[in-house]
Design a protein around this ligand. Sequence first.
Ligand code: BV8
Ligand code: ZN
Length: 256
Amino acid sequence: MPYTAPSRELLQHLEKARSVVVLTGAGVSAESGIPTFRGQGGLWREFRPEELATAAAFEQRPKLVWEWYMWRRQLVAQAEPNPGHFALAALETKYSEFTLVTQNVDGLHMRAGSRNVIELHGNIMRSRCHECGSPAGEAALDKDGQLPACECGGLIRPDVIWFGELLPPEALKRAWEASAHAEVFLSIGTSSAVQPAAGLADMAKRAGAYLVEVNPDTTEMSDRFDEVLRGPSGAILPTLCEELRLNFSRAPMFAV
Ligand code: BV8
Ligand code: ZN
């Protein structure tokens, strides 16, 4: 698929910047075989994510919601980081202040070697109690369909943030602070449809950052970006690294 090459202006900004913020969404993991939320692959059985990723859905149909997450967990377990993930890990090494804010819950950025990662929406491979919030490791629906329960009696759920739930305050504060000081803000593989994550781009813009969108399609915020690179992140981000003379391997750079 043809894609837009980074402009000279963007390369100059990236050469001179001290602080860079990247916001990623499901599109970055699409080339790792994980379906996006709102693309054609986003459906599971006859449900849309917004119908299942809520506390109400879990309270009403915990087994159905767990089955959706078990299906996604095995997709994540089989997935490998793609060149876009590795390119972001390489990009991070170039800056003293680099923050990768992700809406994704698949952990692929850390597996690719990214270090300063903020998981705004949690992590699908972890579980926690829906009542008391205690961490519950990787507790899951067992093969007989038994729902995992906490000692407090509450049901255990995936450790992700559902619609209508507050984001982890510490993570959100760090993401806001980083965006308010960004000199370059790259929004990659997100439809910019979900708040408060999508609002980070506006914060960076108000702080005078150079805003770049990397996405094969237009999004509801495309016209607010200084530059849009139309195409898949798995192709565009390695090109960006090559233009910045950053070499990167496809293997995680740090033993994790
Ligand atoms: C909150 C974790 C305060 C779970 C997710 C009414 C009532 C309650 C809340 C609201 C309301 N109205 C609005 C809200 C706020 C709501 C919201 O924003 N709703 C939207 C839908 C309108 N937000 C919340 O509820 C947040 N909490 O606001 O709390 C509050 C509390 C009570 C009442 C009011 C406010 C919580 C939001 C977090 C929800 N959890 N996920 C899970 O994963 O199971 S969100 C979910 O959407 C994922 O995390 C996902 O990452 C995120 C955003 O989606 P994208 O990542 O952008 O994915 P998408 O499929 O949309 O797009 C993919 C893009 O990639 C596309 O553009 C595509 O073109 C592109 N692409 C495809 N291939 C490639 C590519 N790009 C690059 N390369 C490729 N190869
Ligand atoms: Zn509990």
